[in-house]
Design a protein around this ligand. Structure first.
Ligand code: ASC
Length: 150
């Protein structure tokens, strides 16, 4: 009995973990708030790397890596909050009508972030500058194509 209860609980937890993205939010407003929050944090931590990339601040590997770690973690988070049914906020309808384009844009961003992480880990400033530029371009490209123009 007790064993069955434990198994049932484990099963319920696993089912919960594998729910599709759109089941993770109470309502569209919660999804909009979640993805906007991750973008704010991404902008803050990516922004702290900008003076380093512009050679206005020293390339301190530990400090750079601390920000890159946060960016890397955040880079995986917003996309589940753009599942079908979560239209709204600053997202253009193209996010939902051009799923392939949106997915490619997010994957390009994630690839650039991995390159940024590799460069930071290697302590390679030149590679860091290149990757920083690529991440920034991928932010901009996705915003240009998929964010409401202000
Ligand atoms: C940032 C930020 C963005 C991008 C973009 C890069 O720091 O908040 O949206 O970089 O400006 O072009």
């Amino acid at each position: 009995m007790r064993k069955f209860g434990t198994l049932a609980l484990a099963g319920a937890l696993l089912a919960g973990l594998s729910l599709p993205g759109h089941a993770q939010f109470r309502d569209p407003q919660a999804a909009v708030k979640y993805r906007a929050s991750t973008m704010v944090l991404l902008g803050a931590h990516f922004g702290r790397l900008a003076p380093v990339a512009r050679k206005e601040a020293p390339f301190e590997q530990a400090a750079v890596q601390a920000n890159v770690d946060v960016v890397k973690m955040l880079a995986d988070l917003p996309w589940a909050a753009y599942a079908p049914g979560y239209e709204g906020g600053e997202a253009r309808g193209d996010v939902w009508t051009n799923r392939d384009g949106f997915r490619k844009a997010t994957e390009g961003f994630q690839a650039a972030v991995r390159q940024l992480d590799d460069a930071a880990q290697a302590g390679d400033f030149d590679a860091f500058r290149v990757a920083f530029g690529k991440v920034g371009q991928s932010c901009k490209a996705c915003h240009d194509a998929f964010r409401v123009k202000k």
